[in-house]
Design a protein. Structure first.
Length: 420
């Protein structure tokens, strides 16, 4: 159902955009809070507001260039609707002033080829330069085009409760179209983005929402029945739940995180999942005594390291404006420290998987190279070999998922085994 486009609805979008462009808080949190405070907005109205303000976050630089020095929240929204969503002046008529018609037509017709490469890609200069050095200019343009699109909705089937075919069949019966994922054995990609929070399958724990790329991290860790496993940066526990299912609900699975709030979000998910082998615990930092007492005893550790999140720009477009070279440099220090702490946990013959949802070499390859140089008791196991055992065909010693090639979020992962 499409929202009725009115000056009042446009005013809501303008208010939200003004809050977002301060970059004080994550965009999704700002939008959620606004919707909680404005409960009169229906599902279609919310979708309009969210999609339109996110279009401005995604395409900020090229939209500003089109505004030709006359930048305001109102004008950014009008150009976003005209350019990114293809609205005609007739569709914009309820809010467009006569004095703006000529300006908007000129903004819309401006050729993209006139823009500088970073502006064309809608990236800050520092990030464009880093990615261009890694991938080359043509590849960055292709990558940025995908990053500037909304992400699809992926589900992960909980194999303790159901299987992919059964979930697909049940969803289809309810008019929800989906297809089996092309990479993860448990992934389903939906054609649309229906509200799923009240769907019986969701409530009974048959699936969780999780990007298909993220699901592969569980298959790289390969936890077995009865093992002791640690999810070191568990967050709200999406990967924890997958690990528990792969362990067939046996053994001990520790979900550690520094945030009470994130671990709180894990509780209802855990209740739905049917898992009883998960032990969530808050830690102060990677040197916490709760971690130290497990030294040398653990079979496998997943390090989904805190990172810039630049591989998730389809979902979190504000990150490209909130991160900086300085924040990335701070993160790399933390990443190296967390990986070193994880290495102390595993027994000989054990495994650490280091992963980020970043695209930057500094947070990925450089961390692994430095780790292997200082930890001769660890060796890199080809990710392709591990994934092949689970029917996943991807080449490379390292997992490197790119949105424009693999149609997932951007992910990096390395499999590090401790020599027996």
């Amino acid at each position: 159902m499409k929202a009725r486009f009115t000056p009042a609805l446009f005013a809501h979008a303008e208010t939200v955009l003004g809050q977002l462009l301060r970059f004080d808080h994550p965009a999704d949190a700002v939008v959620s809070r606004y919707f909680r405070e404005n409960r009169q907005l229906g599902h279609a109205d919310r979708a309009f507001v969210a999609e339109t303000v996110f279009a401005v976050l995604r395409r900020g630089r090229s939209l500003e260039a089109r505004c030709a020095g006359q930048i305001s929240d109102r004008r950014l929204l009008l150009v976003a609707l005209a350019v990114t969503r293809g609205w005609s002046q007739r569709e914009l008529a309820p809010v467009l002033k006569a004095s703006e018609e000529e300006w908007l037509a000129a903004a819309k017709s401006m050729p993209e080829t006139d823009f500088a490469p970073a502006v064309r890609c809608d990236l800050p200069d520092w990030l464009y330069e880093r990615l261009a050095a890694q991938f080359g200019a043509d590849e960055v343009l292709a990558l940025s085009r995908t990053l500037n699109q909304p992400a699809p909705l992926d589900l992960r089937v909980n194999t303790l409760k159901s299987n992919r075919d059964a979930v697909l069949e049940r969803l289809a019966a309810d008019g929800i179209e989906g297809v089996a994922g092309t990479l993860s054995p448990t992934a389903i990609r939906l054609r649309e983005k229906p509200a799923l929070a009240k769907h019986p399958l969701f409530l009974e724990g048959a699936f969780e929402v999780q990007d298909e790329g993220s699901q592969l991290l569980g298959y790289l860790l390969e936890p077995k029945r009865g093992e002791m496993v640690v999810d070191l940066c568990a967050g709200a526990g999406g990967k924890t739940l997958l690990l528990g299912a792969l362990m067939k609900n046996t053994g001990r699975l520790y979900a550690f995180d520094v945030s009470d709030k994130r671990l709180g979000n894990l509780k209802p998910r855990l209740a739905r999942s049917g898992l009883s082998n998960v032990h969530p615990a808050r830690i102060e930092h990677e040197r916490d005594t709760k971690i130290k007492r497990l030294a040398g005893k653990v079979d496998r550790v997943l390090v989904d390291a805190p990172c810039s999140g630049l591989g998730t720009l389809r979902r979190n477009p504000d990150l490209k404006w909130r991160q900086s070279e300085a924040s990335v440099a701070e993160l790399t220090v933390k990443q190296a420290s967390i990986l070193a702490a994880a290495a102390k946990l595993v027994r000989p013959g054990g495994r650490v998987v280091y992963a980020t949802c970043s695209l930057l070499t500094a947070e990925n390859d450089a961390i692994i190279e430095a780790f292997l140089a200082s930890h001769p008791d660890f060796e890199l196991v080809p990710a392709s070999t591990v994934l092949a055992r689970h029917g996943v065909s991807l080449e490379g010693d390292l997992l490197r998922l790119l949105p424009h090639q693999h149609l997932t979020d951007g992910f990096f992962a390395a499999v590090l085994d401790k020599k027996a």
